[in-house]
Design a protein around this ligand. Structure first.
Ligand code: DC
Length: 213
């Protein structure tokens, strides 16, 4: 079973790299951050305070989640655009720190891989928790300013300062939480993407896959 784990903070280039790598290797691609965003969307939509851990965890087992490159559907509602919006982005860290939510998402991520016989998964804990035996674990980093610039290009209606502040807050939260904090696996292939083109990054990672390191 071929499993490639791509972890790192927001704006490090995970999505771009994971999609391109999946296409090159002929594997399916899963954005696990979109799953935590989808749960956050569902909680907000039901009027549940995202920081009410028990209430949020309670909705998860029965939640119909369809996360694919075509879009994100939550209980039959297309949430593709809304899960990237400011409301969900503000609330997602607290939902991702919820152990009840995490255990169910990890279970679904493993089932997703089982059903396909492998895949490229991007997130924060893929190489450390979800697939510690992955064929290759990649940890992407980049300077905070560069990551904020990349993110502010994606969200057209927010200025750089707002995006940079939100990113710094989320980094601190994701790295400091008790449940599966963002950290690189000891055996991860660490790539600083600050000055690299997408092509360069993919070549470096694909070379690593080919060499079986
Ligand atoms: O990659 P992203 O910005 O879409 O992730 C959204 C949030 O979910 C972010 O706060 C980190 C969290 N996350 C996580 O805790 N574990 C994952 N495997 C993926 C994302």
């Amino acid at each position: 079973m071929r499993v490639i784990a791509i972890d790192g903070p927001a704006g490090s280039g995970k999505s771009t790299v994971a999609k391109a790598l999946a296409a090159r290797l002929g594997l399916d691609y899963l954005d696990t951050g979109a799953m935590y965003r989808a749960v956050t969307f569902a909680a907000l939509r039901r009027g549940i305070d995202p920081s009410e851990a028990e209430q949020v965890a309670r909705i998860v087992p029965d939640l119909a989640l369809d996360v694919s490159p075509a879009g994100v559907v939550v209980d039959g509602v297309d949430a593709t655009i809304e899960i990237r919006g400011p409301e969900v982005s503000r609330a997602v860290s607290v939902v991702a720190a919820n152990t009840g939510v995490r255990s169910e998402m990890v279970r679904r991520q493993r089932a997703w891989v089982q059903a396909r016989g492998g895949g490229v998964l991007e997130g924060r804990d893929i190489g450390t928790v979800v697939f510690p035996d992955a064929e290759l674990k990649v940890y992407l980093t980049a300077d905070p300013e560069v990551r904020a610039q990349r993110r502010s290009k994606e969200v057209a209606d927010l200025d750089y300062e707002t995006v940079a502040a939100d990113l710094a807050r989320r980094d601190a939260y994701d790295q400091g939480r008790a449940a599966s904090p963002l950290t690189e696996a000891v055996d991860a292939f660490v790539v600083d993407t600050t000055g690299l083109s997408v092509e360069d990054i993919i070549d470096a990672i694909a070379g690593r896959v080919a060499s079986g390191a």
